[in-house]
Design a protein around this ligand. Sequence first.
Ligand code: NAP
Length: 234
Amino acid sequence: MKTIANKVALVTGSNRGIGFAVVKGLAEQGITVVLTSRNEKDGRAALDQLDDSNVYYHPLDVTSTESVQKLVEYVTKTFGRLDILINNAGINYDTWQNVSDADLENVQETLNTNVLGPWRMSQAFLSLMQRNHFGRIVNVSSSSGELAALSGETPGYSISKVALNALTISLARHLQNKNILVNAVCPGWVRTDMGGAGAPKSPEEGAATIIWAALLPDNGPTAKFFRDKSEIAW
Ligand SMILES: NC(=O)c1ccc[n+]([C@@H]2O[C@H](COP(=O)([O-])OP(=O)(O)OC[C@H]3O[C@@H](n4cnc5c(N)ncnc54)[C@H](OP(=O)(O)O)[C@@H]3O)[C@@H](O)[C@H]2O)c1
């Protein structure tokens, strides 16, 4: 087994968009990062753009228990640790439906990726974090998941982010005093395939608070929701 001196991070859905910018930003801080994607060709193409020996690649579909398990085996064998988990992969900003007419199969698919994906990943990697008494889990959420903002629009997406925020609080409190900090971050409105070309923030700007939450010190906050490095209301 190789000896990895620095911290090891893993970012879900990191072949493009905010996830890719998070990989770049963490690697620039000297962190060893595992870039993951559900499509191997896309992931390897993203890795090639980085030309950074601190970045490794492994396939991952967060909806598949088998895929997650293979990744756990890879990380355990290659690094023997995982310090930082960024649950970034997310789908389906469903602007075409509302809560009264939403296609529930579509909602189910959204929940499977946006909520059960982070839940599955957190469960799978917790024992590696607990082994080192160190962990930072960042769940990439959205202002659409703020309870006060719920309006019946983008119903699958918004309710998935409310549930992701609930998972954040639940897991954080369960892990209290174990030096595993679990927080949710809203990246703001970001120019990606999901956010569209008209969004005000670059992927790097969207990644900044996620990276900040990934690098919190041992006495840092947990069970909180942040945007622009400031706490916001659930
Ligand atoms: N952009 C915004 O304005 C904005 C605002 C608030 C919150 N967010 C959140 O930020 C996160 C990243 O969004 P983004 O804007 O960067 O979106 P994006 O450009 O659409 O990228 C989404 C990423 O998630 C991956 N993904 C989707 N389903 C997956 C699965 N089952 N397993 C593994 N990876 C999967 C995609 O892979 P493929 O390439 O294979 O599709 C892609 O890499 C999401 O959680 C999103 O909800 C974004």
